[in-house]
Design a protein around this ligand. Structure first.
Ligand SMILES: Nc1ncnc2c1ncn2[C@@H]1O[C@H](COP(=O)(O)OP(=O)(O)OP(=O)(O)O)[C@@H](O)[C@H]1O
Ligand SMILES: [Mg+2]
Length: 254
């Protein structure tokens, strides 16, 4: 039997300042298996981004802990790639040089960094835009650059915070398809936050639902749609059934 690659153990966080206390996350416990694709879905402000930052070692919880292959996670690791809710690219660097940045910081020789970055831009379908500045790219393209940058260390785990949230429905559908393709090709473990029920079902092996703030993981829905999946899966009776099931378990949408 495989061991989980990532474990969230009774995670809890309260943000405290001089005159306020805000419990952002009440309880999150779950395990993620290697190569699994998990989506977490929940209402705005329920602590999803906070939970993901904790999983990435970017924020320390007030209670509980994260285990990466059985070892407590206390700081960010190269084995975990992160794509933030809003693409954070350096505006003065080309797409290529944005993807190269983490490797440059690490002191990888320039030619090697360039080769790896170009390969990833190709993987996300942006080989022709390597020299473009972020302002000359569409929103979807910028998110793809951010995805390429997260992949540049070849992390085992990818944490994605609503990476396609700001995109129109059609671009989003295409990006979902691209993401599945990349996940299948590179065999990553993915934990992705989304607001979108369809997106969650299309991509995941399992969907975890969260309550309104202070967030807790409430339910788990297994997505038994066979892989590889194509966009046609969206129109199957099982897909509709799962959509209905998931919607009924999200009490904040009713
Ligand atoms: N560093 C912080 N200091 C104080 N409060 C914070 C901090 N980070 C998040 N919060 C609060 O924690 C709560 C959860 O925020 P979070 O960004 O995790 O929500 P979310 O579920 O990702 O929301 P959305 O769906 O809108 O992205 C919010 O009330 C937010 O104001
Ligand atoms: Mg968020």
């Amino acid at each position: 039997m495989n061991e989980p690659i990532l474990i969230a153990e009774h995670l809890q966080i309260t943000f405290a300042s001089a005159n306020s206390h805000l419990e952002a996350l009440a309880e999150a416990s779950f395990a993620v298996m290697p190569n699994e694709f998990i989506c977490i879905i929940g209402p705005s402000g329920c602590g999803k981004s906070t939970l993901l930052r904790i999983l990435g070692g970017l924020v320390q919880p007030t209670g509980g802990r994260v285990l990466l292959e059985g070892k407590p996670l206390t700081k960010p690791q190269r084995r975990i790639g992160f794509v933030f809710q809003h693409a954070t690219l350096m505006p003065w660097r080309s797409a290529l040089r944005n993807v190269m940045l983490p490797l440059e910081i690490q002191g990888i020789p320039r030619e090697e960094a360039k080769r790896r970055a170009l390969e990833l831009l190709e993987l996300v379908g942006l080989a022709d835009f390597a020299e473009s500045l972020p302002r000359d790219l569409s929103g979807g393209m910028r998110q793809r650059v951010a995805l390429a940058r997260a992949l540049v260390y070849d992390p085992d785990v990818l944490l994605l915070d609503e990476p396609f949230g700001a995109l129109d429905a059609l671009t989003r559908e295409r990006m979902n398809w691209e993401l599945l393709r990349i996940w299948q090709k590179r065999r990553k473990t993915v934990v992705m936050i989304t607001h979108d029920i369809q997106e969650a079902i299309f991509l995941s092996d399992r969907v975890l639902t969260m309550s309104p703030r202070p967030g807790r993981i409430e339910k788990e829905v297994l997505i038994d749609i066979p892989r590889p999946r194509s966009l046609d899966a969206l129109y199957t009776p099982r897909f509709l059934e799962l959509t209905r099931l998931l919607r009924s378990s999200l009490r904040w949408t009713s």
